[in-house]
Design a protein around this ligand. Structure first.
Ligand code: HEM
Length: 135
């Protein structure tokens, strides 16, 4: 996928900043009224670590690496209608929040990188939500 290398490097720079995952959850939880209640009992230290790996695995999937695809299959199942029931329309908030946090934390940010982030995360999210309705 075009721009994927740039996204990987941008993620590497952003994720090095201690504030990155905190900023993501601040922005994300404030972006839609249904989110805070979903994470009422969540251990955020653990969740931040899961997210860190989750994003890396999403990028690996887009590179065609089986370990990334296997991880997204598992996340797709856990987020599907029969389990966490995360409605597909909500994922745009996740994408926009992650891009906003990356923009704050990557000192080499450009409009091109922003477009590449949006495209990559959209492709990864589409793969996850393909599993939403599976029995
Ligand atoms: C609108 C978007 C999303 C919402 C509302 C959401 C919500 C949740 C909730 C409520 C949990 C359970 C937390 C707990 O156990 O306390 C969870 C777990 C998790 N989420 Fe998400 N999620 C979203 C998108 C994503 C995406 C795109 C990824 C992948 C990068 C992801 C990765 C995970 C992982 C790895 C877990 C731990 C459970 C598992 O392994 O499936 N989430 N999510």
């Amino acid at each position: 996928m075009e721009g994927l290398e740039a996204v990987k490097h941008s993620y590497g720079r952003a994720a090095l900043k201690p504030a990155f995952f905190d900023r993501f959850y601040d922005i994300f939880l404030g972006s839609h009224p249904s989110f805070k209640p979903m994470f009422q009992n969540t251990d955020f230290n653990k969740q931040k670590q899961l997210l860190k790996t989750g994003v890396a695995m999403m990028l690996s999937h887009l590179e065609g690496k089986p370990v990334g695809t296997m991880t997204l299959n598992r996340i797709g199942e856990s987020h599907s209608k029969k389990r966490l029931n995360i409605q597909p329309a909500l994922y745009q908030y996740w994408i926009d929040s992650l891009v906003a946090a990356a923009k704050e934390c990557d000192s080499q940010w450009t409009p091109d990188i922003e477009r590449s982030w949006q495209k990559a995360l959209r492709a990864g999210v589409d793969y996850i939500t393909e599993q939403y309705d599976k029995p």
